[in-house]
Design a protein around this ligand. Structure first.
Ligand code: IPE
Ligand code: IPE
Ligand code: MG
Length: 247
């Protein structure tokens, strides 16, 4: 049974965010080291982007490295950074072929120079692609993002570029890394953990949350579609009553 056929193409989430978790446990279950898990994560990335693109999701955001992940052993961080560099290079032809526009959020300046360079190259090469926006959250932390936004807004107020009374939700949104993305409709986290881990707090304020026990390296198109189907079966009330929605 092709799960894609069960999806209502009129009700597809605009923006799907994924916490790609469980690489370490996946590797451990195979008697391998954590890095082996990270190395086997790329298929899941490809399958998710492909699946999203096929049903018309406009934006997919992948949590690849958090501000907290800098606390991991240096060897693991180094391996993650080289994987990022190599994978971006390797995937560029497919991004071009599939109309994928690459974007990034997070404190990109804190990444190793080589990673910044490859990332900027890929972003620039893919900037005119229009099928789907693929955002990598790298050295990303939602609290840090909000602190930066507050600082930048405050500067504008101090410099009289912005009137304090005019600050509203759009002002905040326009000062986040995600200013050019729609709010998150669906957040998927793999590996059974049920937490947000400092990911897109503001942007997820009204997202549907979907947790699956599948470990990230095993995540495939059918699992992505399971999440979309579940999302479509939820009633998004946004504070209203169920009756109001059917009126
Ligand atoms: C997710 O897998 C990848 C990153 C956080 C970079 P983990 O490395 O967190 O895997 P587990 O949670 O230890 O299994
Ligand atoms: C969240 O996963 C970050 C990424 C997937 C990049 P973690 O594995 O780092 O999160 P915690 O530590 O379980 O909250
Ligand atoms: Mg983890």
């Amino acid at each position: 049974m092709d799960k894609k056929l069960l999806i209502d193409l009129q009700k597809v989430p605009h923006h799907v965010a994924i916490i790609m978790d469980g690489n370490g446990r996946w590797a451990k279950s195979k008697g391998m080291n954590r890095i082996f898990g990270h190395r086997n994560a790329l298929t899941a990335v490809r399958e998710s982007v492909e699946a999203a693109s096929q049903v018309g999701v406009e934006a997919i955001t992948l949590y690849a490295f958090s501000t907290e992940n800098w606390k991991r052993p240096k060897m693991e961080i180094d391996a993650l950074m080289s994987l990022l560099i190599n994978s971006l290079k390797k995937e560029l032809p497919d991004f071009m072929k599939n109309g994928v526009k690459v974007n990034s959020i997070g404190c990109i300046e804190s990444l190793p120079y080589k990673a910044q360079k490859v990332l900027n190259d890929v972003i620039s090469e893919t900037k005119n692609n229009t099928k789907i926006i693929l955002t990598f959250a790298l050295s990303y932390g939602s609290r840090e993002e909000i602190v930066n936004a507050v600082k930048n807004i405050s500067k504008k107020v101090v410099n009289k570029e912005l009137d304090l009374e005019k600050i509203d939700e759009n002002t905040i949104n326009n000062h986040l890394y995600t200013f050019n993305l729609p709010y998150v409709d669906l957040m998927i986290r793999t590996s059974g953990e049920q937490r947000i881990s400092n990911f897109l707090l503001w942007q997820m304020a009204y997202a549907e949350l979907y947790f699956t026990d599948i470990l990230w390296p095993d995540f495939r198109q059918e699992h992505f579609y399971d999440a979309i189907i579940e999302y479509q079966n939820r009633e998004r009330r946004f504070g209203k009553t169920s009756e109001q929605l059917t009126e």
